[in-house]
Write a protein that binds this ligand. Structure first.
Ligand code: 5GP
Ligand code: MN
Length: 343
């Protein structure tokens, strides 16, 4: 990855002069978001730079093993501490998002601050003015991979120890389905090779992230695949719906449905998948979309579900009932698919 000289020099000026940096990921943080904030947190610690991590909501259990996770301030659980950290910061770093709205309830606090902001991200269409300095590239697998290249470009390679490496490695593998998609650039493998050579314990990470499921999650997955999966063959789509009741019955914990949306893409002939999760009974539904090849689910989500994301992995929201969200999907998806097949 190439960075321009002015940007690197601006980043150096910001970090050299900051006495308190606050690192912020998006809401419902995933492996790339937590891996990148903690990767930087550990790197700054190794360089003697004071940083704090403020996240909007709870960190999924299967990511809590990362070095530094215990120091994370969760805004939803400790609002005073989170707001105080933000107000006392002299540099904010946004990781894995490009629109302040993606930080949920933190957005109001952040918008009121005039603190300089640096954004590192790989989503399309950054919202105008979101940061003073942006390192943004949609062609890169993950924010963790951009972070790795940026650390190297800043000549901070010596500070990439095993703790930093494990965080960055985790984000690369979780954002690429363990190097199965968004990972055709050889640069990604060179980054992974270097991170592994810096002491990344691959076996431990795969156990922690993918083989630490609760029995509730495993049974919920069984229930979903057996009873909650519907195929729309004409559109090459399939979707999963999960009601609040389904989640409660399976003792849902944050992160428990992570990855479920990928399963329908395993069905022959299915190139679009969606998962509808009722977060508040009859009031709020969170939606995940996945696709293959040239089907831009981010544009679909933006148009019909106030969302966005990447071409093949996007998310959206619905204020209303689960039934109405699914009705809208069934009504709008076939037309969108037809239009895009013609292109
Ligand atoms: P996931 O389905 O894993 O929650 O999200 C997939 C991708 O879509 C991620 O890159 C995430 O940042 C993006 N995304 C998820 N939900 C939303 C949303 O409500 N709005 C926007 N703009 N992007 C979203
Ligand atoms: Mn990401």
């Amino acid at each position: 990855m190439d960075f321009n000289k002015e940007q690197l020099s601006q980043f150096r000026t910001y970090t050299d002069n900051a006495s308190s940096i606050v690192l912020i990921p998006h809401k419902n943080s995933d492996g790339d978001a937590i891996g990148s904030i903690l990767g930087w947190y550990n790197l700054f610690a190794n360089r003697g730079i004071n940083a704090k991590v403020v996240v909007p909501d709870e960190v999924p259990e299967n990511l809590s093993w990362m070095q530094g996770a215990a120091d994370i301030i969760v805004h939803e659980q400790d609002e005073l501490k989170a707001v105080s950290a933000l107000c006392n910061a002299d540099l904010l770093m946004f990781l894995d998002f490009n629109d302040i709205k993606r930080t949920g309830d933190l957005a109001g606090v952040i918008s009121g601050l005039s603190t300089p902001r640096v954004m590192i991200d790989h989503h399309p269409d950054p919202s105008p003015g979101v940061a003073n300095l942006m390192f943004s590239d949609v062609a890169v697998s993950s924010t963790c991979e951009i972070s790795y290249h940026l650390m190297k470009a800043m000549c901070w390679t010596d500070a990439i120890d095993s703790r930093v490496a494990e965080c960055l490695y985790s984000g690369i593998i979780t954002d690429t389905g363990v190097l199965s998609y968004n990972s055709s650039n050889p640069q990604t493998y060179l980054a992974v090779a270097d991170l592994v050579s810096r002491g990344t314990d691959k076996g431990k990470i795969h156990r922690e992230i993918f083989q630490s499921n609760s029995i509730g999650r495993m049974r919920l997955l069984g229930h979903v695949l057996c009873n909650k999966l519907e195929v729309m063959a004409g559109s090459g789509a399939a979707f999963i719906s999960l009601s609040k009741e389904d989640l409660d019955r399976h003792h849902y914990q944050p992160g428990d449905t992570e990855g479920f949306v990928n399963y329908p893409l395993g069905i022959k002939g299915i190139g679009i998948s969606a998962m509808f999760t009722e977060k508040e009974k009859d009031k709020f539904v969170k939606i995940s979309f996945r696709s293959r090849d040239n089907m831009p689910v981010n544009l679909y989500s933006e148009k019909y579900f106030s969302g966005g994301g990447h071409k093949n992995a996007a998310g959206g929201e619905w204020n209303g009932t689960l039934e109405d969200a699914i009705k809208r999907f069934k009504e709008t998806l076939p037309g969108f698919v037809d239009e895009n097949r013609k292109k």
